[in-house]
Design a protein around this ligand. Sequence first.
Ligand code: NMX
Ligand code: MLT
Length: 436
Amino acid sequence: MITDKLKEHFRSKIEPYNKKVKDFVAQYGDQKLGEYTIAQVYQGMRGITGLIYETSKLDPEEGIRFRGYSIPEIQEKLPKYPGGKQPLPEGLFYLLLMDELPDDDAVRRMSNNWVRRAQVPPHVFKVIDSLPQHAHPMTQFIAGITALRTESEFQKAYRQGISKKDYWDPVYEDAMNLIARLPRVAAYIYRRTYRNGDHIEPDPRLDYSANFAHMLGFDNPEFYELMRLYLTIHADHEGGNVSAHAIRLVGSALSDPYLAFAAGMAGLAGPLHGLANQEVIRWVLDMKKELGGGLPSKEEIAEYVKKTLTEGKVVPGFGHAVLRKTDPRYMAQREFALEYMPHDPMFLLISRIYEVVPEILEATGKVKNPWPNVDAHSGQLLMYYGLVEYDFYTVLFGVSRALGTMASLIWDRALGLPIERPGSTTTDILMQKFAK
Ligand code: NMX
Ligand code: MLT
């Protein structure tokens, strides 16, 4: 194991925070947090607060806050690459884990720490190579993550009989190793699937995002900045979204971080969750094709949207289970586009779709949030720089999601959270009780 200053800093936070939580629960533990209805139980537990998740909180109107900081605030306050404008995801991870804004030094330490851990064992590549080349990149990603599990420090420590109070330590090791290794695994999948297996070695002098972009094959300083923004804003979205919740749930059984993360990635690969980023581009390209190319008019877009709805399909990139306004992650990406590619035809189309879709979804009378989410924009930015293979987009989302969910998983074990086990019931039981 690598001993590091970051870990020692984190260690110093555990006891005081545990005491704070214990005292709080002892004093206020019998207070009611809310009431819920039968309808909410049928509606995917919407609006029921049932989890403690320390690293971020989603406000329906304002969007995500990372340890209390909104996206514009982290863009302002987190350290940047010299000359750059976007926050470094290393800094976001530090903030999420430590509940403290990092200085340049802390971010450099995080970057170097991950470089030291970044070696991916050769068998992981063999596992990925054993899949057909046409296997969806998320299939390859989940296989790669599961293969990385041979390196789990938690699994080893548990077998050796580690005490409960120390679980967080090997979980920290696994989480940090996983974060450090994911870009290499993701880039390997990209190059094998779309670039004839012409792989690119990491460059340890680069920061996390730039190195990832470099291994993907995109050595463009603007694309590096995009990656810094992308990896920062997709990192965390409180605890109830499918990927974060799956990771928390599986981790609560003391499955190691690799297994927990693989479970979360299986959830992220669903089209209503992270896969929506590929679906958006597929839908937009289909629209363009059907309408003869070029920039469609608002009327043509409206017709196409209505056709999508009539066919019983969702309009990808719009709507949200919690948000009730335009996703600030969408806005951050829009601002990036306005700065670097305001005349890109695809950006003009995405902007026009934004002007047309909400009114139509609103008119259905059932869509609770007609506004765009994070996935409505990300593909356009990636396509602009030449990363056009949209089936790969959810892997990028996944690399980023490790930052928030792994910081959170380390805290789960530091707080000694128990196995998650909510109750369930049956319609018959409810009917016997309420529909007599
Ligand atoms: N297009 C068409 N119908 C929609 C949409 C949409 N974009 N959003 C919601 N609805 C429908 C929804 O299917 C449901 O229909 P029904 O009653 O017939 O089952 C009805 O509106 C009410 O749903 P809501 O309560 O508004 O949304 P819910 O919380 O159930 O679902 C999403 C949230 C995000 C799953 C949903 O808005 C959606 O399917 N959006 C499109 C897919 C997408 O962009 N997902 C990405 C989310 C962000 N992420 O990265 O994870
Ligand atoms: C996310 O980033 O996880 C998505 O916006 C979905 C969610 O929050 O439910």
